[in-house]
Design a protein around this ligand. Structure first.
Ligand code: AMP
Ligand code: ZN
Length: 491
């Protein structure tokens, strides 16, 4: 399996430390409001990674954090604590706010068939560990105290900027807007490990530096180490985390542990809406609920996401989502047709000169699907293989079985979706027949009612005679679970 490593800017062969179990850490949500569909795209990517690794036979030890403290309104240590701001506005405690939005987040994961990581770690459950981490960084000379907190001294960490390949001299010049201005900092890009809390700050804990709360970045360094040890196989997040959050995580973790702490960094590209950023002022920070309110199924959004490679930007539009919903319905319908078809041997081979030429087509589809998913999670290519199989010249039960097996990776409820498609078909057939019954003469309907009565009273001979009489008059009765349906016998 090959995956793209943001650190090396290359696709690399994936080799976990332990051949059986992969250690993954994913930056999770800050639970101060509903997650938007952009956030959810990043978790669909995380889920594809999980599914592919499991398909490759690995067990997973996967940690995702839930940030319920310390993420300021700007990533660069500026502004208010997001949790506190939301709590004040809603006149609730930050803990109530966090519990409410965390529950909503996990419900969204479920609705999108996103597997829940094995370990969910809440920042507020790990404050002691974070304090200890900051103490150790200070002892090693990486942290220093100012009047409002403890800061990481990036000049002491020569590797600073290696993930984003930002130049340290640029960081030090502080020309960028993404660093908080603070005269006491040694360098403008130094970031907070711990913040001293003003009295009105609701969430605060005792520390060697008085009452305070942790910086946002320290939570991921501490919790990933606590659950997964000094070296992770894979660390994931959205691309916005590359220049600040993950750069800072690397600085903290490598400073403390003294060596590399992540083997593969993977980042999901952004979801745009109508070609631009989502923003509250534009009213386009859509959530999974918004999609449902507008009549779309969450899985149509999942399908929409799977159609774009995780390292490419994806532009969300309502027309695009509508197209995804139509395609998904067509996928279920076509799959149903293959399900009901004969289970015949497929003997065709792939023509031409390509990689799979000469191979049995069914084997080739399987190979191509496997190749796609292990080539840096090329799910769009894998989906196109599924469509290639579905569009095969004849309907075949073997195609149904192949495509359903792909659902381990796709997570589109293919079996259940197909069953629903079948129920819908049956319903349509009954409706059609009911509509036909409305043209049936009264006399025939009366005979049919009499036949039903006879059947109910177990007078089967009478019932058969009545059926024969109806047939003699040119009509046919079919018993369905919704009652008898009468059709005119064609000549
Ligand atoms: P947050 O709760 O703000 O920390 O974001 C949760 C996750 O969503 C992070 O991994 C972000 O990188 C990611 N994210 C934020 N906005 C978008 C977006 N528009 N598209 C894709 N991922 C996003
Ligand atoms: Zn993180």
């Amino acid at each position: 399996m090959r995956i793209y490593n943001t650190l090396s800017r290359r696709k690399e062969v994936f080799v976990p430390q332990d051949p059986d179990e992969v250690k993954i850490y994913s930056c999770g949500p800050t639970v101060y409001s509903f997650a938007h569909i952009g956030n959810m795209r990043t978790y669909v990517f995380m889920d594809s990674l999980r599914r592919v690794l499991r398909h490759e036979g690995y067990k997973l030890k996967h940690v995702m954090n839930v940030t319920d403290v310390g993420h300021l309104t700007s990533d660069a240590d500026d502004g208010e604590d997001k949790m506190e701001k939301a709590a004040r506005k809603a006149q609730k405690s930050p803990y109530e706010i966090a519990a409410f939005y965390a529950a909503a987040f996990f419900k969204d994961l479920e609705r999108l068939n996103i597997d829940r990581p094995e370990i969910i770690a809440k920042a507020t459950d790990h404050i002691d560990g974070m304090i200890d981490y900051v103490v150790q960084l200070c002892e090693k000379g990486y942290g220093y105290e100012t009047s409002d907190g403890i800061y990481f001294d990036i000049a002491k960490f020569p590797g600073y900027g290696k993930l984003s390949r930002a130049r340290l001299d640029e960081q030090l010049a502080g020309g960028s807007e993404r660093v908080a201005v603070n005269d006491e900092k040694h360098n403008p890009a130094d970031f907070a490990l711990w913040k001293k809390a003003p009295k009105e700050h609701i969430m605060q804990w005792p520390s060697p530096w008085g009452m305070g709360y942790p910086g946002w970045h320290i939570e991921c360094s501490e919790m990933s180490r606590e659950y997964l040890g000094d070296l992770l196989d894979i660390h994931t997040g959205g691309v916005d985390h590359i220049p600040i959050h993950h750069e800072n995580e690397i600085a903290q973790s490598e400073a403390l542990i003294g060596k590399k702490t992540v083997n593969y960094w993977m980042h999901g590209e952004f979801l745009l809406v109508d070609g631009g950023k989502m923003s509250k002022s534009l009213g386009n920070t859509y959530t999974v609920d918004t999609l449902i309110e507008r009549g779309y199924s969450p899985l149509a959004f999942r399908y929409f996401c799977l159609n774009g490679h995780y390292r490419n930007k994806l532009n969300f539009t309502w027309e695009g989502l509508n197209g995804a919903q139509i395609s998904l319905t067509r996928l279920y319908d076509t799959l149903l047709a293959h399900k009901n078809a004969p289970d015949a041997e497929i003997t065709d081979t792939v023509p031409g000169e390509g990689r799979y030429s000469g191979m049995n087509v069914l084997d080739a589809w399987k190979k191509e699907f496997g190749y796609a998913i292990t080539d840096d999670l090329n799910i769009p290519l894998a989906l196109s293989v599924v469509w290639k199989a579905l569009r095969y010249k004849t309907l075949n039960r073997k195609i149904y079985e192949f495509v359903v097996s792909c659902d381990d990776i796709l997570g589109l409820d293919l079996e259940a979706g197909t069953e629903k498609a079948a129920e819908k078909r049956e319903q349509e057939r009954i409706e059609e027949q009911k509509a036909q019954n409305s043209d049936i003469p009264e006399e025939i309907l009366a005979l049919s009612d009499e036949r039903m009565k006879a059947k109910k009273e177990k007078r089967y001979a009478d019932a058969d005679a009545l059926r024969a009489e109806i047939a003699r008059l040119g009509f046919k009765v079919t018993d369905t679970k919704d009652g008898p349906v009468i059709t005119k016998e064609l000549e």
